[in-house]
Design a protein around this ligand. Structure first.
Ligand SMILES: Nc1ncnc2c1ncn2[C@@H]1O[C@H](COP(=O)(O)OP(=O)(O)OP(=O)(O)O)[C@@H](O)[C@H]1O
Length: 321
């Protein structure tokens, strides 16, 4: 458990909160600082992009708990800092959602700033998988294709309103052109009976989910304790058809001819026509060959009450798409 009443005015060196004051609509700063003080956290503020990684790297070796207070970009940076400090065995990461989309926080069952601090005090911890793409760590997803471009262009206001399905729809609205990508996607065999497979063709998107799941299911949270990515390839087809299919698949659970799904511990994505842009939790990376692998149960995180280790278990999900 954390600090008790008598200690609360004095920051606990073992508890560090890394605060991005620029995330979301920036109205969180005073609340977060006050709650952090109440809960015995030393607060370290970022001053620029990249700072959260640096601060996490510096503080993780001596901290039992590092909290990322910001959005998905901040969580990504903090986790990369803990990885860089080689502190995954000794440091737990928690999240106080203060960004725009806050996908990671939602996927671990934390829906508000207050809930983030409550979860820290409740102290329910789980070890979750991390994704690694060409040496860079991600927690939520790695997406290639139109989505990568559009995700940076979609306005903050829209991002906060969008569910998974709407996100794909918005991508088509935002992106002006729909150049398909000639790709070869090779997925490795998994311990759960998944076979090694190669997909070759023209894709609009490749969506690799670690914590996050894409269209076609009842919940946006993926199973993040199984050592597997959920890979969704959206094949090239007229946009209206694709949207119809995604909606149909979601509503009726039908297999779609234009949507290919795989579960795998690792994969490579190769472009046959120059570099492709990928978004790793919102950070962009351009390459013509990307190697991805999971690090199973690598990161200990504080989860909220609503977190389910297996989101597909019967009777536990609320629809969230
Ligand atoms: N002090 C700062 N000044 C300016 N930019 C910052 C600062 N600290 C962090 N950043 C940058 O802010 C960006 C946005 O952060 P973050 O992703 O956490 O919030 P968001 O985009 O509002 O939320 P979400 O990703 O959940 O939609 C990151 O790219 C990060 O590099």
């Amino acid at each position: 458990m954390g600090s008790t009443g008598a200690d609360r005015t004095r920051p606990d060196r073992n508890r560090v909160l890394i605060l991005n004051p620029e995330s979301g609509d920036r109205t969180h700063v005073d609340d977060v600082v006050e709650l952090a003080g109440d809960h015995g956290f030393e607060v370290r503020r970022t001053r620029d992009g990249g700072d959260a990684t640096q601060l996490a790297r510096e503080t993780a070796p001596d901290a039992d708990l590092v909290v990322a207070a910001g959005g998905d970009g901040t969580v990504n940076e903090v986790v990369n800092g803990v990885v860089a400090a080689e502190a995954l065995e000794s440091t737990t990461v928690a999240v106080v959602p203060a960004g725009t989309g806050n996908n990671f926080a939602a996927n671990v069952g934390i829906e508000s700033i207050e809930a983030g601090f409550e979860a820290v005090e409740r102290d329910r911890r789980r070890r979750i998988d991390l994704g690694v793409a060409d040496g860079r760590t991600f927690v939520n997803s790695c997406v290639g294709g139109v989505t990568a471009e559009a995700s940076t262009e979609t306005s903050s206001e829209r991002k906060s309103e969008l569910g998974v399905l709407a996100y794909v729809a918005a991508t088509f609205e935002v992106a002006r052109s729909f150049d398909s990508l000639p790709l070869r996607v090779e997925t490795a065999a998994g311990s759960d009976g998944e076979r090694r497979q190669t997909w070759n063709g023209e894709a609009l998107f490749v969506l690799v989910g670690n914590c996050r799941r894409f269209a076609g299911s009842r919940t946006a949270q993926a199973h993040v304790e199984d050592g597997l990515f959920e890979v969704t390839i959206v094949e090239d087809a007229p946009p209206t058809n694709i949207l119809g299919e995604v909606a149909l698949e979601r509503l009726f659970g039908r297999d779609s001819v234009h949507i290919v799904r795989r579960r795998t511990p690792s994969l490579t994505i190769e472009s046959r026509r120059g570099p492709v842009e990928y978004s790793l939790d919102g950070e962009l990376l351009e390459t013509d060959r990307l190697s991805l692998e999971t690090r199973a149960s690598a990161l200990e995180v504080v989860v909220g009450e609503r977190y389910r280790s297996n989101p597909d278990a019967r009777g536990v999900n609320r629809p969230r798409t």
